[in-house]
Design a protein around this ligand. Structure first.
Ligand code: 7TS
Length: 396
């Protein structure tokens, strides 16, 4: 059996999405900006896709949704754009973010630090989230931007985005949220939550890779990252990725339609998997079920290197991860586990299991069986593991 439980890294393209995209590769392949029919025949599908994106986020007509190549680009654009527009000229010099952002935010902030920007990386609590009040305390009259993720990719933990957005509005500071792991898993309603910028990536919600978006509230100015042929109203140049946009629009429509399914069925399967795994001695899951996206578990299995566990799972046909695929090529410890204050040996034991609407109970039962066997095998050969009964009750 092959079981895919790495949906926070990427997802299967929904066959409905794929079907919708297909004609725009070999039949209707025109450049939408061309004046002939090959160009114009792409317009209805592009419009439908954009309408789906606006509806999916509940954005206003005055807002901009700009298509990018991925969320990494969207995050880079916001941070570097803010640097150019508000910091470079000496007006402001400060950005606030968290210590558990994806590298697309983190590495960009580190880069901006080399240019003289002051960055505050807010510390997370033992559940891996920040309190909204920490943002308020960190804001100064030099703060240009607050950037806080909607949901964490490793733990699934949801951040208090509504409260943070209210604080930013009150203080007159721009607010960006990386919503890559939230879309399709929890409601992202921009009429209820007032953000200035929001990043997303189609391949995280059963759309294609290589296409993402940046929501920009009410045409807020933001210097372009890509100058060129003035596509997208001059905000982001480059010939439109027609098939990608069509796919992302359809994926967004389905993401909204499946939201209830995600909250009930996917969550039920995830909770079942979690409950069964927690029956194994010396295991610990970061964050409570209700405070997380419905599909994610970050579990620590004491005494077992995450990579060793992945190896056993992979041999049995199960795909999981020790954390973000963007950072897991070497035997590093999980950065979120470190941030929540886990001892060094525990931070190496993280296993991330992320489900999707395509997983079945049969697959989850098989996974439980394989993990139980792997734990027995790996603990038996571990030189460091000895059972510490108090550990999993007292947490980390
Ligand atoms: N932001 C978050 C919160 C993410 O989880 C990811 C990808 C990105 C940005 C970047 O998205 P991209 O489409 O530009 O690559 N996260 C992961 C992950 O957790 N494992 O692999 C990729």
């Amino acid at each position: 059996m092959r079981v895919y439980l790495d949906n926070n890294a990427t997802t299967k393209v929904d066959p409905i999405v794929f079907k919708k995209m297909e004609p725009y590769f070999v039949k209707m392949y025109g450049n939408p900006n061309s004046l002939h029919q090959y160009g114009s025949e792409t317009h209805p599908a592009l419009k439908e896709a954009m309408d789906n994106l606006y509806a999916g986020l509940n954005a206003n007509d005055e807002d901009d949704i700009i298509i990018t190549s991925c969320a990494t680009e969207s995050n880079n654009w916001v941070l570097k754009g803010i640097y150019h527009d508000h910091i470079h000229n000496g007006d402001k010099n400060h950005i606030i973010t968290t210590e558990v952002e994806h590298p697309a935010v983190m590495a960009t902030c580190k880069f901006l630090e080399t240019l003289g920007v002051e960055v505050t990386y807010l510390k997370v609590n033992e559940k891996g989230v920040i309190e909204a009040s920490a943002v308020e305390d960190a804001i100064t009259d030099k703060t240009a931007l607050v950037s806080v993720m909607w949901a964490n990719n490793e733990t699934g933990m949801l951040f208090p985005i509504k409260e943070i957005s209210e604080i930013c509005k009150k203080k007159g500071v721009l607010f960006h949220s990386d919503a890559v792991q939230a879309i399709g898993k929890v409601e992202v309603n921009l009429k209820e939550v007032d953000v200035d910028f929001l990043s997303f990536s189609a391949h995280k919600f059963h759309g294609p890779k290589g296409v993402g978006g940046l929501y920009i509230k009410e045409s807020q100015p933001l210097t372009s990252l890509l100058h060129g042929g003035e596509h997208m109203g001059g905000r982001r140049s480059g010939t439109l990725n027609v098939a990608g946009i069509v796919g992302m629009g359809e994926a967004m429509k389905l993401a909204v339609e499946y939201l209830d399914f995600e909250k009930s069925n996917v969550k039920k399967l995830r909770d079942y998997l979690e409950d069964e795994l927690l029956k194994i001695e010396d295991t610990f899951v970061v964050g409570t079920k209700e405070e997380r996206t419905p599909n994610t578990i970050l579990i620590s299995v004491r005494g077992i290197e995450g990579e060793a566990m992945l190896w056993d799972l992979n041999k049995a046909g199960i795909a999981a991860s020790t954390g973000s695929a963007c950072a897991s090529e070497d035997l590093e410890s999980n950065p979120v586990m470190e941030a929540i204050g886990a001892e060094a040996d525990l931070a190496h034991t993280a296993l991330r299991l992320s489900l999707s609407r395509f997983n079945t109970k049969e697959e989850i039962d098989y996974t439980i069986e394989v993990i139980n066997k792997a734990v027995k095998r790996l603990r038996a050969i571990s030189s460091t593991y000895s059972y510490a009964p108090s550990w999993h009750k007292s947490g980390l």
